[in-house]
Design a protein around this ligand. Structure first.
Ligand code: SF4
Length: 396
């Protein structure tokens, strides 16, 4: 049985291809930490240290806590940590370090003297068994309880976006941990899920009923079943691609990553792929211009034929016939429905109704078509090429 986790399921939901690389092919690229992940880990470690000191009845002042945080930062920071927003938003590591300092300072002021809970565990890790027999990885930043039998599963978050109530009430990660708490601590009257949103000096709090937890476990088992029976792992390009560990080997970004290694403009221009796309885009542009010219010439020839009351215009080697004909304009909306009904009522529908290639194609590809219908069609590989502006060249 496999051990699943919130992050494992989240990877599949974000991009099945990324999931395949990570969990099936087990590729672990050597990539630098992002500054966001680094900041999160240092803040977690500093707050973990704070509660450990409290456990041993050590006095810890805010100044010392911040000093510990800064020492951790100094010791662990390396220049290869990735700052994705450096270029776009002009921020550097010092900005992030100061943010973390503020998070810790605000948390200290809000929680001091830290006696709200009896701490039962810090960075608790365990595995729980799901109803389908698979395991679920449990990792709780801070687990505590109060004197009335309320348990608190707490998570430190350094995100720059506040978790709203709806999001907290739908969060899967901590909710599943509350099942683990209920199994481990039979005296638990309630399990509250708490996200310490450090950037906002606020908490987001949620609680789930037993029915909600049962439903959630079922959804998780269904998702695991979907993953385990998947045969295709399509790529899902999205805003998180910039943070994806596999970006440099992902077919959607591999060529871009190769080009980034080329420093000289001349060498860049010599790249076979660059040349092909540049020429293809030029041809597409010319085709667009030609299509416009084609429409202009048609209009001019029609005007000419009308002016001289002729239906063939002669050139040096070719002639052009200009024939006027009628074409119908199909009704839209309600009128279209009326027309369809009329055709059906008059028994004419089969004469006019056409098999929709686009619909059959889309439903076969998505696997939504009846299996006997699917057997009637063949599948062959085809390519669709589309040109678009590169994200990093949008202002040019
Ligand atoms: S870069 Fe984007 S599309 Fe490619 S694997 Fe990562 S998340 Fe998926």
């Amino acid at each position: 049985m496999t051990c699943y986790s919130h992050s494992r399921l989240g990877t599949y939901e974000n991009c099945p291809y990324q999931y395949k690389l990570r969990y099936i092919d087990k590729i672990r690229p050597e990539i630098p930490d992002t500054i966001e992940a680094f900041l999160g880990s240092i803040v977690h470690e500093a707050l973990d240290g704070l509660y450990k000191d409290i456990k041993f009845k050590k006095e810890i002042s805010k100044a010392n806590l911040i000093k510990d945080y800064n020492e951790l930062w100094e010791r662990r920071y390396s220049n290869d940590i990735l700052i994705v927003k450096a270029e776009k938003e002009g921020v550097n590591s010092e900005n992030y370090r100061k943010m973390g300092e503020q998070f810790i300072s605000d948390y200290y002021d809000r929680m001091e003297p830290f006696d709200q809970l009896t701490i039962l565990g810090l960075e608790t890790t365990d595995r729980m068994t799901l109803p389908d027999g698979n395991k679920w990885h449990v990792r709780i930043d801070k687990l505590g309880c109060d004197s009335e039998g309320n348990y608190f599963v707490c998570d430190y978050k350094t995100n720059s976006r506040m978790k709203d109530q709806e999001e907290a009430d739908n969060d899967r990660q901590l909710a599943l941990y509350s099942i683990w708490v209920k199994n481990k601590f039979k005296d638990a009257k309630s399990v509250k899920l708490v996200w310490h949103m450090l950037a906002f000096n606020k908490d987001a709090v949620s609680e789930r009923s037993d029915e909600e937890l049962e439903k959630l476990q079922k959804e998780v088992c269904d998702k695991i079943k979907e993953i385990e029976s998947a045969t295709e792992f399509p790529r899902n390009k999205n805003a998180l691609c910039d943070y994806c560990d596999y970006k440099a080997m992902c077919p959607s970004f591999k060529h871009e990553a190769e080009l980034e290694k080329i420093k000289e403009v001349e060498k860049f221009k010599e790249d076979e792929g660059v040349k092909l796309v540049d020429e293809f885009s030029e041809i597409k542009m010319k085709l667009g211009e030609l299509k416009k010219q084609d429409a202009d010439f048609k209009e001019k020839l029609i005007a000419y034929a009308k002016q001289f009351d002729i239906d063939v215009v002669y050139g040096s080697n070719k002639k052009c016939s200009v024939k006027e004909s009628d074409k119908i304009i199909m009704p839209e909306g309600e009128d279209k429905e009326k027309l369809v009904k009329l055709l059906k009522d008059k028994g004419l529908w089969d004469d006019f109704n056409m098999l929709s290639y686009a619909k059959v194609n889309s439903e076969v590809i998505k696997g939504e078509v009846d299996k006997d219908v699917k057997k009637m069609v063949e599948l062959e590989k085809s390519f669709r090429l589309s040109l678009s502006k590169r994200k990093d060249k949008e202002d040019e």
